[in-house]
Design a protein around this ligand. Sequence first.
Ligand code: ATP
Length: 303
Amino acid sequence: MQAIVSTRGLSKRYGSSYSVENIDLLVEEGEIYGFLGPNGAGKSTTLKMILGLAQPTEGSVTVFGKELAKHRRLILSQTGSLIESPSYYGHLTGLENMRVVQRLRNVPGSHVREALKIVRLEQQQNKKVSQYSLGMKQRLGIAMALLASPKLLVLDEPTNGLDPAGIGEIRELIKSLPQRLGMTVLISSHLLSEIEQIATSVGIIHQGKMLFQGKLDRLRNESHPTIAIKTSRNPMAHSLLAAQGLTPILQDGFLRLSHLTDAQVARINRELLAADIDVLRIVEHKKSLESLFLELTGKERSL
Ligand SMILES: Nc1ncnc2c1ncn2[C@@H]1O[C@H](COP(=O)(O)OP(=O)(O)OP(=O)(O)O)[C@@H](O)[C@H]1O
């Protein structure tokens, strides 16, 4: 698969400290890449460097296979972005605002109607933007970013400040873009729950460093499930398992074990029964992505 965005050793230093340190980010064609991290982690700074809005202290950015430093104009002509809140004229209507951007970007007028249709603002296009809700303003910002039919769309926390209904709308809109318009999307958020619902790949950044990058499924597999076994005689079962070199933890009426294969679980079950211990429950507990994310960003450990 073709790399749409890749960075090498990308770093940004403000004063004596690094806000972004040695980031190798990789976004492949047709992906929705969720760039995830708590507030102040370095997401905006990274996205700004990818868009040529901030100068890296070290490292390089390649977009569409071309180095940003050398092909900035070409790359940006094929990239749409929404960084921080969208800029618009409140006293003009949505349509008039779109026309301003259309002229600035020198794209055909037909794109305006198309973009307004995609973000479902057609009905409100003649309303002044000062009378728009926050969600409508965000959608207008996305419509502006879509105007030039970009191959890459970069969105920095596009659902910030929206209510759940507004978040849902933007989410569905973004989700539809790769298939509908053949776009690749790079979107940042501090909410795992949000990224989890739309992204195909994630990059997790914390204190300027990338802690994990890859498919969401791989992140899920990083979590080793725990097997909890409830028996009729837990203390005796505990001794039996410990004698076999296992390290069960007796907690809340269950013996908890981790890193077990299916074959080991089956063997334990057989042995408990053979020792005349009834097995009442065998339950698998998977770590939620949320707890994995907190563990990663809380402990700052590298995967
Ligand atoms: N122009 C600047 N001058 C000095 N420090 C800056 C500047 N821009 C960002 N920083 C610092 O860089 C760090 C990362 O900020 P950044 O805005 O990239 O984080 P973020 O992950 O986007 O967080 P948020 O979601 O809160 O915007 C922060 O500590 C911030 O204070």
